[in-house]
Ligand binder design. Structure first.
Ligand code: XIL
Length: 348
């Protein structure tokens, strides 16, 4: 007879466990953004990613400006390295991001401003998506389409909007589906987490956008919540407001990925333990809401360790921002445990 799970002493079991195992038991994924250069140069970091993550997101390497700096000269070396690392370690890769105003290749932006030719966009989508079809089952097709204060629909002025109007979103999703029939397609957005007027408006208008896409039968499978939390904004964190938004998105039949979780600190002069406790507390409060909604299936951080963080340090003298799960020596911090415990809510 097989040993029953109940015979395993749970505490000791959980202590040595990697995050991806806890996530897996909860029926979920745990991910982080990585760079090819980090994986190449840093064996200890590579081991940490290997151990902890079930999905990895190339931080830069799939973006248009990176892949095709000159028209027609695609260079897949770095993206291929991340993809084969993912494949050889049994991880999924998340594709980020096809259309993002900040990562459009400069030649493409110029060309679209000159002549709005959708074939330029389609050629890019067609050259990238199928190459990673085996390892990449989720794509951010549009990144950060919203920006308040410009238009009544809340869409961000961008080279894509200027060239094709609001319909660029539908077109990109249709093309992504065409070239990746099995992949789940996402819109990824930031600034949706707090109870400020501008974030309230953004949530409302993004919901309208998602609703419209669903109604018109446009292929969209989910929303990526970037979840770049900020300790300076925590007074405006309202779990009820966030829960309502998750419910609204889930009610449209959409999946939710927590796609870029990290925490920007506000006060780097506090003792380290207090800083880490604040970061973990913000994450715990957020994930309590996220875990209560079955539409949420992935928690991804924008980096795994403070060793490689895009977050700026909160002041000159106190060194790194401590807003990622592992410290710069790759040791788990309270934020790591907050995520791990969140999986516990779902049985992980
Ligand atoms: C960031 C990278 O981490 C930086 O290294 C780069 O300079 C700018 O982009 N939202 C996103 C990510 O969707 O692609 C961004 O990544 C962070 C904010």
């Amino acid at each position: 007879m097989l040993a029953s799970a109940a015979a395993v002493p749970l505490l000791g079991f959980a202590r040595d466990e990697a995050m991806k195992e806890r996530a897996g038991r909860a029926g979920m994924l745990f991910g982080a953004a990585v760079r090819a250069s980090e994986l190449r140069q840093d064996a200890a970091f590579r081991a940490a990613i290997t151990r902890e993550c079930s999905v990895i997101t190339p931080e830069l390497e799939l973006k248009w400006a990176w892949l095709e700096p000159e028209r027609g000269q695609l260079s897949f070396t770095d993206a291929d390295q991340i993809a084969s690392f993912a494949a050889s370690t049994g991880k999924a890769m998340h594709g980020a991001a096809l259309l993002w105003h900040l990562s459009i290749a400069p030649w493409a932006a110029e060309s679209l401003a000159d002549k709005p030719d959708w074939m330029i966009v389609r050629r890019f989508i067609a050259s990238v998506i199928p190459r990673y079809g085996e390892v990449t089952s989720t794509w951010d097709v549009i990144n950060e389409p919203m920006d308040m204060g410009h238009r009544v629909d809340g869409l961000r002025p961008s080279p894509y909007l200027a060239a094709f109007g609001p319909d660029y979103i539908r077109r990109a999703l249709e093309d992504a589906r065409l070239f990746a029939p099995k992949a789940r397609l996402f819109i990824n957005e930031f600034g949706l987490d707090y109870d400020f007027p501008v974030e309230r408006d953004k949530r409302y208008l993004l919901l309208k956008l998602l609703e419209g896409l669903k109604k018109s039968g446009t292929p969209i499978d989910g929303l990526g919540m970037q979840a770049h939390l900020e300790l300076g904004k925590q007074d405006h964190f309202d779990p009820k407001v966030l829960a309502q938004f998750f419910n609204d998105v889930g009610s449209l039949g959409l999946e939710i990925r927590i796609s870029e979780l990290d925490v920007k600190e506000a006060d780097g002069t506090l003792p380290t333990a207090a800083r880490d406790a604040r970061v973990a507390d913000a994450v715990r409060r957020y994930l309590d809401v996220a875990m209560a909604n079955r539409a949420v299936g992935t928690i991804g951080c924008w980096g795994l360790s403070d060793r490689y963080s895009w977050l700026e340090s909160p002041g000159d003298k106190i060194g790194l921002n401590r807003g990622l799960p592992l410290d710069s020596a790759l040791r788990p911090k309270p934020m790591y445990h907050a995520i791990s415990e969140a999986y516990g809510i779902r049985g992980g």
